[in-house]
Design a binder for this molecule. Structure first.
Ligand SMILES: CC(C)(COP(=O)(O)OP(=O)(O)OC[C@H]1O[C@@H](n2cnc3c(N)ncnc32)[C@H](O)[C@@H]1OP(=O)(O)O)[C@@H](O)C(=O)NCCC(=O)NCCS
Length: 176
């Protein structure tokens, strides 16, 4: 699929490009992103290049739909969000915000728009969210968007080299 551009009141969501590599490398050097998102640490400009290429490939291969979110007025990169195919009808939502742009509701605004697009355009009935137990910021975003936290999976996947407990939640295309 061709990458889409989406708009909200304060944001433009579009595919990241080579011009974003410096901003991506700076944001992904943030300790909170390094802790909670599976990014290389330390994060180099080559990692940013790989991320830009993988984002385009994800759309071309129809396996993941990732967009940067940019302030509409200044064009600054505020964060990224992505829907990744998990299995038939189910995608996984991921997001991060650059430290300078947090706590302004921008991640919720961007991720809500991406999920709305996903329900409209992809043949999906469920969007899933996972976060390591204790990532209260991620959970607050998901709950603000209407995700229902459905449970806690014990030692379900590694985080920072150790098996960790994970919260899992879901957002459905229509009420269950
Ligand atoms: C989690 C993260 C994406 C939040 O981004 P943000 O842009 O600050 O989120 P928003 O401003 O849209 O906040 C949405 C809600 O979450 C709350 N929130 C945000 N960060 C929070 C935190 N650290 N602790 C508690 N609540 C938090 C906000 O107060 C807001 O609540 P409200 O809707 O009741 O007003 C950001 O801190 C981040 O990038 N963290 C590191 C990467 C990460 O953890 N990604 C998710 C992996 S599962």
């Amino acid at each position: 699929m061709e990458p889409v551009e989406l708009r909200t009141e304060r944001l433009l969501l579009r595919l990241v490009t080579a011009a974003d590599e410096a901003a991506l490398a700076q944001a992904c050097s943030d300790p909170l992103i390094a802790r909670y998102v599976p990014v290389p640490s330390p994060y180099t400009s080559q990692d940013a290049q790989r991320f830009v290429a993988a984002s385009a490939a994800g759309w071309a291969d129809d396996v993941q739909y990732g967009l940067g979110f940019y302030l509409a007025d200044s064009g600054l990169l505020a964060g990224t969000c992505v829907l990744k195919c998990v299995e038939r009808g189910v995608v996984d939502l991921g997001y991060w915000a650059a430290p300078a742009h947090r706590r302004r509701g921008l991640t919720v605004e961007a991720a809500r728009r991406l999920c709305q697009w996903g329900f409209d355009e992809l043949d999906i009935h469920r969007i899933e969210w996972w976060a390591v137990v204790g990532n209260t910021g991620s959970r607050a975003v998901a709950e603000s968007m209407g995700f229902q936290v459905e449970g806690l999976l014990r030692r379900r996947a590694y985080q920072a080299g150790e098996p960790a407990d994970w919260w899992v939640g879901g957002l459905l295309s229509r009420p269950a």
